[in-house]
Design a protein around this ligand. Structure first.
Ligand SMILES: Nc1ncnc2c1ncn2[C@@H]1O[C@H](COP(=O)(O)OP(=O)(O)OP(=O)(O)O)[C@@H](O)[C@H]1O
Length: 634
């Protein structure tokens, strides 16, 4: 793939992202134009903005020599507008920089240091915020005396608290995060932590706060000048122009309209550009257009390449599924043509190394891969014959958490911390069935009992943080089971649990498939765990199934060298594990031929010649290998 110049990873830069957002680009263009004209004011063939000509008072726009007319003293409005804009922009910019610097520093120190430092600094900030800001600014100017510089100081001072509070909030959230603790453990001092760990994360917040405050500062400067406390004659910024125009507002409205429209245009342009900047600076939104992920993964399939062999009896049938992540001009095929079939009550294990595409496959089934950057580009996901990838919004909403449910790795992030668990289970029930609160609560208690939560009735009122990790995962499973799903997808659902709890959750999942005929897709990197639970296993490598078959047969005699190597990685009693040499390839940089060839101990020249198909070895086994292991080679 070709790359965007200047960006190693091919992602678009901030400016390109900003320009890709039409509103932000329009705001930026208007702002650039206004700033350019203001900067070029001394070079433009404009009359002196302070030169009065009483004989030419209040000329209307389009008068000869005065395109925007004149004011009450006969001064040229166009010239005053350009010079006034220049002054307003300069004051607002200086005040923004001063407030951003002082406020951000206060917020950073308060949020990072905590304790008495935080208390002292924030009480002072609260004190400043206790006064209406315009009153405070008036008070400051009253003490210092009128004048543009004093207005600048007043406006900067009243905006310090906004920066301080915003930056402190962002810093507080970051200061106790694991990556900061890791840097602290690595020996970084407080200053280094602030500069290298916290500041880069807070910077987008500062930039966005500054960009929105800039608009406010233009209005505030205009406000003070309008009241006669800012720019003093003959100097005039936009606010002073408005103040002077007030007296002739009814006989010559254009005199106030000219600066008024300019204030409106600048403030709108700044807000639009500021919004776009916030999106462009957020690395999570950098992967394409600056937008938040859509409610469902985008599907862009070639209709001509759709297969039609649907089996209406299968709870889940995946054919040729292909999911890509589009990062600028790069395209990472995380799922590269996956086929899976789950009959009722089946337990299919999906295993593979980190990055092999397990989660991307699982999320694609529910169309939960974030778009952008994710996009499903080929294949079908059928539930009882209906193609999930062709479903509309409502149908998809009913399906998720209904017939097709999912359990994630970390129950703490899937459970809402502010709702009692009984309410969360009841909500899952009520989202899919028209039942009352009392009935939902009764069924919620049944569900908690079904997932073996002791004293289920009492636990309904517990908060997520009051439960152990294992209990939380059971609640997540209870929510997934609320609507008796035909298919349950469990993505690393037991990875965060200790072995005894893990065994209990596995037993629970096993019983579910046996008792209710729920088909289970169990995703894990742990082959032993998958072997203990599942009746079939599919091994994923570089987004493709490389081997599939009954669990016992596949574990006893793997056919693909990758499966064999994965088995070697399992710790053995009395001996260590044997890790696989090398690293999995990047999805967008696969070797020609078999993706495992560069790491394969049995590689032969034909392996690197061209794509390798998933071949049937027996009626119920398949491997994507030209030289599958057999007999003593296994
Ligand atoms: N939001 C994303 N943007 C860009 N690339 C992504 C994104 N999510 C996943 N990928 C890439 O897709 C590939 C597959 O990732 P996936 O999360 O499916 O792997 P996995 O097998 O589930 O790994 P793990 O076991 O570590 O969770 C990886 O190369 C990963 O870097």
């Amino acid at each position: 793939m070709s790359q965007v110049p200047g960006h190693r990873d091919g992602r678009p830069g901030t400016l390109r992202l900003l320009l890709a957002n039409p509103l932000a680009a329009a705001g930026l263009a208007v702002l650039a134009l206004v700033a350019l004209v203001a900067l070029a004011a001394p070079l433009l063939p404009l009359p002196d903005p302070a030169a009065t000509a009483l004989g030419q008072r209040l000329l209307p726009p389009l008068s000869p020599g005065h395109p925007l007319g004149t004011d009450a003293l006969g001064r040229d409005l166009l010239s005053r507008l350009v010079w006034g804009t220049r002054l307003s922009l300069a004051v607002a910019l200086a005040a923004t920089l001063a407030a951003a610097l002082l406020g951000s520093l206060t917020g950073l120190v308060a949020g990072f240091a905590g304790g008495a430092v935080d208390g002292g600094l924030m009480r002072f900030v609260d004190l400043l915020m206790a006064f209406p800001y315009i009153l405070l600014a008036l008070a400051i100017v009253a003490v210092l005396g009128p004048g543009l510089f004093h207005a600048l100081l007043a406006i900067a001072a009243v905006n310090v608290p906004f920066f301080a509070r915003t930056v402190r909030g962002a810093t507080l959230g970051l200061a106790r995060r694991d990556f900061v603790d890791a840097a602290r453990l690595g020996g970084a001092g407080p200053l280094a932590l602030l500069a290298t760990e916290i500041l880069p994360n807070v910077l987008p917040v500062i930039v966005v706060t500054a960009s929105t405050s800039f608009g406010w500062m233009i209005l505030e400067t205009a406000g003070l000048s309008f009241l006669g406390l800012g720019a003093q004659p003959p100097l005039a910024d936009l606010g002073a122009m408005l103040g002077e125009a007030r007296k002739v507002m009814f006989i010559a409205p254009h005199v106030s309209l000219v600066p008024g429209v300019m204030v409106f245009v600048i403030v709108m342009a700044i807000n639009l550009a500021g919004d776009g900047l916030r999106d462009a600076l957020d690395p999570r939104l950098r992967s394409g257009v600056p937008a938040r992920p859509a409610a469902a993964t985008e599907v862009r399939r070639d209709p001509a390449a759709m297969s039609s062999a649907a089996d209406p009896d299968l709870p889940l049938q995946v054919t040729g599924l292909r999911t890509e992540f589009r990062l600028g001009r790069r395209s990472l095929p995380a799922v590269a043509g996956v086929d899976l079939a789950l009959p009722p009550g089946a337990r299919l294990g999906l295993v593979g190394e980190s990055g092999s595409g397990k989660s991307a496959t699982a999320l694609s089934l529910l169309r939960l891969v974030p778009s952008p950057p994710g996009c499903i580009t080929a294949g079908q996901v059928r539930m009882q014959g209906r193609d999930v990838l062709a479903m509309g919004r409502e149908e998809l909403r009913a399906l998720r958490g209904g017939r097709l449910a999912m359990v994630f790795q970390d129950p703490m992030s899937s459970l809402h911390p502010m709702h009692r668990i009984g309410d969360q289970v009841a909500e899952a029930l009520r989202a899919h069935a028209p039942i009352g609160r009392r009935e939902a609560r009764r069924r919620a208690a049944d569900l908690l009992a079904r997932v073996r939560i002791p004293a289920a009735e009492r636990r309904l009122d517990a908060w997520p943080h009051e439960l152990s990790g294992g209990m939380r995962q059971r609640v997540a499973i209870a929510i997934a089971l609320a609507n008796d799903p035909a298919v349950l997808v469990a993505d690393e659902a037991t990875t965060a649990l200790d072995v005894t709890v893990q065994a209990q959750v596995l037993a629970l999942l096993h019983r579910l498939t046996e008792d209710r005929g729920t088909a289970l897709l169990f995703i894990s990197h742990d082959l032993a765990l998958v072997g203990a639970l599942c009746d079939r296993i599919a091994v994923l490598y570089a987004g493709q199934v490389v081997e599939e078959g009954p669990a016992a047969a596949l574990l006893a005699a793997p056919a693909h060298p990758y499966t064999a190597k994965l088995l070697d990685c399992l710790p053995r009693r009395g001996g260590g594990a044997d890790p696989i040499a090398g690293l999995p390839p990047a999805p967008d940089n696969l070797p020609p031929g078999c993706a495992f060839a560069p790491r394969c101990p049995h590689v032969q020249p034909p392996c690197s010649e061209g794509p390798v198909a998933l071949d049937r070895l027996a009626p119920d086994r398949a491997a994507r290998c030209l030289f599958p292991l057999a007999g003593d080679r296994r």
